[in-house]
Design a protein around this ligand. Structure first.
Ligand code: DGL
Length: 267
């Protein structure tokens, strides 16, 4: 089916998921929405994140999307249920695939999870991980300064190194061997995070498993694009078009020519 897939996040973080979808299912067109005017979501309440996510889903449906990927852990944790009730297309989140991947990655059954305040407070990763394996020890930590560092483009910077070390230093005591990057912005800091945690800790980026789950789902529902037509991606934001476009072009294997501003509050 030659309809696009809707992908959304609070800002540029979801581009790490979009990139993986483009790699694993290159025949599919994407409609990406980054809520750059209202980022960050990670410090906001469930009510607010649900309201924002529903507005975005309404917008994505006007683009005739055949599925929606919540490329944001915070929205996955707080709004997935409400979103699913509202739309009649399949919805995929990033948390369940991320938990599956982490459980499969650990050898010593000790997993770390980092994410926004709201994601960590929701306990959603622990809950999925313990459903998969009740024996797992899960150590969680909110890292609220990571998102602004990414949105400022400070992927490799002394300030970033200081902040990463401050948040993750204590986690090393638990001898985890897998660390879930439980916010879609964090893979953009994986160099600094990897150096801080050391080689014995596998960094788990849920994007890989999310794209795989999406592919399986599209196959199962007979929704894969088999028309052979070249995919066309569209990008929308709620503010800051130029900054978004230059980020998108540095992250994606695709030349983003146009990005359009949407008055998301009107949805
Ligand atoms: N990238 C998002 C996540 O995966 C949200 C970051 C934010 O807006 O706080 O949680």
């Amino acid at each position: 089916m030659n309809a696009p897939i809707g992908v959304f996040d609070s800002g540029i973080g979801g581009l790490t998921v979009a990139k993986e979808i483009m790699r694993q299912i290159p025949g599919e067109s994407l409609v990406y929405f980054g809520d750059t005017a209202r980022v960050p979501y990670g410090s906001k309440s469930k009510n607010t994140v649900c309201k924002y996510s529903k507005q975005i889903a309404k917008f994505l449906l006007t683009q005739d999307v055949k599925a929606i990927v919540i490329a944001c852990n915070t929205a996955s944790a707080l709004a997935r249920g409400e979103l699913e009730d509202m739309v009649d297309v399949p919805v995929i989140d990033v948390v369940q695939p991320g938990a599956r991947m982490a459980a499969a990655s650990t050898k010593n059954n000790k997993i770390g999870v980092i994410g926004t305040q709201s994601t960590i407070k929701s306990g959603i990763y622990e809950s999925y991980l313990h459903k998969i394996n009740p024996e797992l020890t899960v150590v969680s930590k909110a890292c609220p300064l990571f998102v602004p560092l990414v949105e400022e483009g400070l992927f490799e910077d002394r300030i970033t190194e200081d902040v990463v070390s401050r948040y993750l230093h204590d986690m090393k005591e638990y001898e985890i061997d897998a660390l879930v990057l439980g916010c879609t912005h964090y893979p953009l800091l994986r160099g600094v995070i990897g150096r801080e945690m050391g080689e014995s800790v596998k960094l788990v980026n849920p994007a890989y498993e999310t794209a795989k789950s999406l592919k399986d789902l599209l196959k199962e529902k007979d929704l894969l694009n088999v028309s052979g037509e070249k995919p066309e991606h569209k990008f929308f934001v709620s503010d800051g078009v130029d900054q978004f476009r230059s980020f998108a072009n540095s992250i994606l294997p695709y030349q983003v020519e146009n990005t359009t501003v949407v008055d998301i509050e009107s949805y």
